[in-house]
Design a protein around this ligand. Structure first.
Ligand code: FAD
Length: 586
């Protein structure tokens, strides 16, 4: 079945009046999006918008897609730029709508006020009930992996996403992905890694609270998952560099080109399109349907207040992510993480689907284990990917200009340490020598501009400039940098035992940014077994229900190690999708 939202553009446009302009004309207009200017060319005919072309923009490709399709259609249909933003792409929407308004102003055209009721009426709705072999809930990395594998196993599949755009946390993620014995390691001289070591690190990193059976499945299948992403989906990875996240005994995190999940989600979406998997956005799963034997056989969902039922012959895969963007839920399960904390997470990461799973009999475990990411923007809470220079030697300083922790320690350790410093923040400092390796300034130019404009980041030729900007006493700053430089090289850090080795920072340019911890990852969730089946309190399998990704709660224990979530979502998303497809055959 082909699912589309069709606007009767001409009919709706006729409902609205626009002041007349002369002959058809095309005029350019500009607005400011999330990552700079959005320029559009709008064609007006008889005072009505007949076409909009995007001329120039540098927004996130995946998030902006709905703006340049659905929102654009709505603007043309209503002859109005007075429309609601696409949720999750608020700034891009605003930049686009402002660009249309700018063009209209220049063309001397008065746009209409949108009649949102008429717009809704003009949208054709989906069938109230539809049936598939497999229903997957949540279009992040776990959900896409499940849907694609289910489809390739011969099932009919639908993927439901409550937000207007796909991707969830997987999209905004750094998307570094751990796999022992990956193809980059030998190039860096790493020949002694193994899935067993990776499993040990994961278990230890989570203070022994993870489920070793599940962890082993993750680490044993990690390389195959990475190869599937590279060779089947076409995800491009950097070929000569890996991340060394805290808590790992070996450098093993593959880095996607661009250092974000956009590379993955764009490839996931393209593969889903190629396979003909319907991905229905704005569709929120509300309740799991069980038959008289207790098997999960479908999902009740809503879109814009309308009810829909999706029957699932084989079963349902829950891939709805975590609850880091739901402050009430975070505080409920971990009262120490209160209103002071912002979040790094995507807006859809609100966790109500966990309660849906609980109502269907699933046990929720480890819910109080909530990870804060240590290096985030004090204003918005978003992760400072640019400060990933830390993995190549950037140092963390307190307001007094002193190092206070090993910069590659676990995230929970770093977060605790930062919160104990004056003001509860730190400064991350690196120089060009480090920048040349990690390339983070080059990889994240829009972050660089945004943080610099916000006034939390500065590029400096010398340490005096760093001291002036940060208000760190210059003498102490110079003394710390001198000591760090004198201890450069692996094994030389007498103060904090930097596991990768400090770097000589005696020469500029310097980059410095202010950072605070922010809610990042919820380790708790649905209890699953090593086959990704959801379990009850008694450890019984709930037939017809699988769960994968951040919605699950047994892999990471108290603390998820960097790069392990991407491995987890793809390994278990694939397992769940295949199993649900198999179940549909019986
Ligand atoms: C900024 C950032 C950087 C990160 N960097 C890394 C990294 O480098 N390496 C790493 O391993 N991990 C990283 N992580 C963590 C990792 O990205 C996530 O844990 C992982 O992507 C979660 O994937 P998922 O598929 O389980 O959930 P998500 O990708 O969050 O997808 C879940 C989807 O389900 C949807 N949904 C929720 N409820 C419903 C409902 N009721 N009905 C329908 N849809 C619903 C959501 O809107 C969302 O789109 C990072 C996370 C963030 C936020």
């Amino acid at each position: 079945m082909k699912i589309r939202k069709i606007f009767v553009a001409a009919a709706v446009a006729a409902l609205f009046a626009g002041s007349a302009a002369a002959a058809p004309t095309t005029v350019e207009g500009t607005g400011v999006g999330k990552h700079g200017d959005v320029t559009v060319a709008v064609t007006f005919d008889g005072g009505k918008i007949t076409d909009i072309k995007i001329v120039k923009e540098q927004e996130n490709k995946v998030l902006a897609k709905k703006v340049y399709t659905d929102l654009k259609n709505d603007v043309v249909a209503t002859n109005s730029a007075d429309l609601d933003a696409i949720s999750g792409a608020t700034f891009t929407s605003k930049g686009f709508l402002d660009a249309v308004k700018d063009a209209a102003k220049k063309a001397g055209v008065t746009l209409s006020k949108a009649d949102k009721k008429a717009l809704k009426k003009a949208a054709k709705t989906l069938p109230a009930t539809s049936s598939y072999d497999v229903v997957v809930i949540g279009a992040g990395g776990a959900g896409f992996s499940a849907a694609i594998e289910a489809k390739n196993a011969g099932a009919s599949v639908v993927l439901l996403e409550k937000m207007p755009a796909v991707g969830g946390n997987s999209l905004i993620s750094g998307a570094e992905m751990n796999a022992a014995r990956n193809w980059v390691q030998p190039k860096l001289g790493i020949t002694d890694d193994s899935p067993e070591l990776h499993a040990e690190d994961t278990f230890k990193g989570g203070d022994g609270k993870g489920d070793m059976k599940v962890i082993n499945v993750m680490t044993q299948n990690a390389l195959d998952a990475a190869l599937w992403c590279r060779d089947y989906l076409g995800v491009r990875f950097e070929d000569d560099n890996l991340f060394f996240f805290g808590g790992h005994s070996r450098k093993r995190a593959l880095i996607p080109v661009g250092h974000t999940g956009t590379e993955f989600i764009a490839k996931f979406q393209a593969k889903a399109d190629e396979l003909g998997i319907p991905v229905i956005t704005n569709m929120k799963a509300e309740e799991l349907i069980k038959d008289k034997d207790g098997r999960v056989v479908g999902v009740k969902a809503t879109m814009h207040g309308e009810d829909y039922t999706f029957n699932a012959k084989g079963g349902v895969v829950l891939a709805t992510g975590g609850f880091g963007a739901n402050p009430q839920m975070v505080k409920k399960y971990n009262p120490k993480i209160d209103e002071r904390f912002k979040t790094t997470d995507a807006p859809g990461t609100t966790g109500e689907a966990l309660y849906m799973a609980e109502r269907a009999g699933a046990e929720l475990v480890n819910m109080g284990y909530i990870q804060t990411y240590p290096i985030c923007d004090p204003i918005s809470g978003v992760i400072e990917l640019i400060a990933d220079a830390r993995f190549d030697g950037a140092i963390m300083l307190n307001q007094e200009g002193k190092r206070f922790v090993e910069e590659l320690d676990r995230r929970d350790v770093l977060s605790e340490a930062i919160l104990k410093q004056t003001g509860g923040y730190c400064w991350v400092l690196w120089n060009d020598k480090i920048g040349a390796v990690s390339n983070t300034v080059k990889e994240h130019p829009t972050e660089y501009d945004a943080f610099t404009k916000q006034g939390i980041m500065k590029t400096c030729g010398d340490l005096k400039c760093v001291a002036d900007f940060t208000k760190i006493p210059q003498a102490q700053l110079e003394s710390t940098v001198k000591r760090v430089s004198s201890m450069a090289g692996k094994g030389n850090d007498k103060d904090f035992h930097h596991r990768a080795g400090l770097v000589d920072m005696s020469q500029g340019k310097y980059y410095v940014i202010k950072a605070v911890p922010s809610v990042h990852h919820t380790m708790g969730g649905v209890r699953i077994n090593e086959k990704a089946q959801a379990l009850t309190k008694d450890g019984a399998v709930i037939p017809g229900l699988w769960a994968a990704g951040e919605v699950t709660g047994v892999t990471h224990g108290t603390n998820r190690l960097g790069g392990n979530a991407y491995t987890d979502i793809i390994v278990f998303g694939r397992i769940a999708g295949k199993a649900a497809a198999e179940a549909a055959k019986h």
